[in-house]
Design a binder for this molecule. Structure first.
Ligand SMILES: Cc1cc2nc3c(=O)[nH]c(=O)nc-3n(C[C@H](O)[C@H](O)[C@H](O)COP(=O)(O)OP(=O)(O)OC[C@H]3O[C@@H](n4cnc5c(N)ncnc54)[C@H](O)[C@@H]3O)c2cc1C
Length: 424
């Protein structure tokens, strides 16, 4: 007989199968939700008390949305799921033999099944100066810090009447979806909003430069879409430099391989990520980008009771991109796999279904491609991008807020979220 805990009693039952999930990102949430009706107790551990919808971080950084539009409290998500407990803590060690997860707060967590869904961190690829002199865009705090830095540059320039010499210039390093979206968002913020807020500054003279190491923008997309993104950005005033790996960064200065130097007061690092340091804590085999090597059913070879999913994991036989869908589908698969094993049914391989990729370049323009080979761009691509992001956003309130903000921004060319609450 399975005794399901009532919502009033969330004490984990020691006789039930214990699942610990590290990370409340796209993957971790799907695992816990997928176990709603299973006879297990789930503890989900995250360093933040909220889930972040990373695809819209660039909109927080460019003042289009506010933080709580794109983040959602983890406890709120599981309020009605009695078999889930939430721990706000950072994972500091994983003892695979003793089956325990150590965290910086509270007692170690014992598990029968462990799911690692800890995502990625910003990575500098060993390029000198990146850590010291650039602003990453990976977390909610990064996005707010970036927005504050940009707004503070404008306020300083207004005070000193110094808008020359690169005071308002920005270089975005990395021409993948994040860099393209950031550059497009910045161009809109500068031209449509800050130019009106600061009429005495020569905002039109500020340079926004996007630098990419490869020969095309959006390297994972068809070259025609990369070319389209370049043309749209250039039309909107962004200088795009491709085939130009960053060699080193100093304060206010980006040096490219070949010696070209670009100066800018703000340098954004959107060039890459590597697996969360949690991966190394396991002491198992790591693959490209420090990702945990997993088998076809997403468990860790030699440790059937440990799964890794999403950005932090890689199956070398079928590597998947570090985007939301592999994490979402991997989370659902692992939840089903845990139930299958508890019921003594055979394991099944992870059946990933590619749903396509998208990136927006700004108002009225986005690119999308689908496994069928179909490609979308322009306003149709942009509308598809808007709808999909609303659908996947967590929580009705967030969706409603984002919809209202987007409608407001669209109709008024304004950006509501440009408060400078803390001076950088
Ligand atoms: C700026 C940006 C834009 C993006 N845009 C898109 C897009 O348009 N479309 C798309 O499909 N994908 C996009 N992605 C990628 C997408 O967000 C990731 O692929 C997805 O979030 C991966 O999900 P995950 O569950 O593996 O990890 P995440 O969602 O990153 O979640 C990992 C969780 O683990 C927690 N964690 C990490 N270390 C610890 C620790 N030591 N202790 C406790 N908790 C820990 C983190 O706090 C986090 O909540 C974007 C990413 C970024 C950064």
């Amino acid at each position: 007989v399975v005794v399901v805990a009532s919502s009033a009693d969330r004490t984990p039952r020691t006789d039930r199968h214990r699942v610990v999930v590290i990370g409340a990102g796209f993957g971790g949430l799907r695992v816990a939700r997928g176990l709603a009706d299973a006879p297990v107790d789930v503890t989900i551990v995250d360093a933040n008390n909220f889930h972040t919808f990373q695809p819209l971080l660039y909109q927080v950084a460019t003042a289009g949305l506010d933080t709580d539009d794109i983040a959602y409290p983890v406890r709120g998500i599981f309020r009605r799921q009695a078999n889930v407990d939430v721990r706000l803590a950072s994972v500091t060690a994983v003892d695979l033999d003793g089956r325990r997860v150590h965290t910086d707060r509270g007692e170690p967590l014992a598990y029968d099944t462990l799911v690692v869904a800890a995502g990625t961190v910003s990575h500098d690829f060993g390029i000198p100066g990146v850590a010291e002199h650039t602003l990453p865009l990976k977390t909610v705090s990064d996005a707010v810090a970036l927005r504050s830095a940009l707004l503070a540059r404008f306020e300083d320039a207004a005070l000193t009447a110094d808008d020359g010499g690169g005071a308002l210039d920005v270089v975005v390093c990395g021409g993948g979806p994040t860099g393209v979206e950031m550059a497009g968002g910045l161009a809109e913020l500068y031209q449509r909003v800050l130019a009106r807020d600061f009429p005495r500054l020569d905002v039109g003279g500020a340079r926004i430069t996007l630098v990419e190491a490869a020969g095309q923008l959006l390297g994972t997309f068809h070259p025609s879409l990369g070319e389209r993104a370049r043309r749209t950005l250039e039309r909107r005033g962004v200088e795009v430099i491709t085939s130009a790996p960053v060699a080193r960064i100093d304060e206010g200065r980006v040096e490219l391989a070949g010696g070209r130097v670009i100066t800018a007061a703000t340098i954004v690092w959107a060039a890459g990520v590597r697996a969360s340091p949690v991966a190394e804590l396991l002491g198992v085999e790591l693959g490209r980008g420090g990702r945990i090597v997993v088998g076809a059913d997403l468990d860790v070879p030699g440790h059937r009771e440990v799964f890794a999913i999403g950005d932090v994991a890689i199956d070398p036989a079928a590597p998947l991109p570090q985007v939301a869908q592999p994490a979402i589908q991997g989370g659902r698969h692992v939840a089903a796999e845990i139930v299958r094993r508890l019921e003594g049914r055979p394991s099944e391989p992870f059946p990933y279904r590619d749903k396509g990729s998208m990136a927006t370049i700004g108002r009225h323009d986005a690119v999308a491609e689908f496994p069928s080979g179909r490609r979308l761009h322009g306003i149709v691509g942009w509308l598809a991008w808007l709808v999909l992001h609303l659908v996947y956003l967590m929580g009705f309130r967030n969706r409603a807020n984002v919809l209202v903000n987007w409608a407001w921004n669209y109709l008024t060319y304004d950006r509501a979220s440009r408060l400078l609450s803390t001076r950088p």
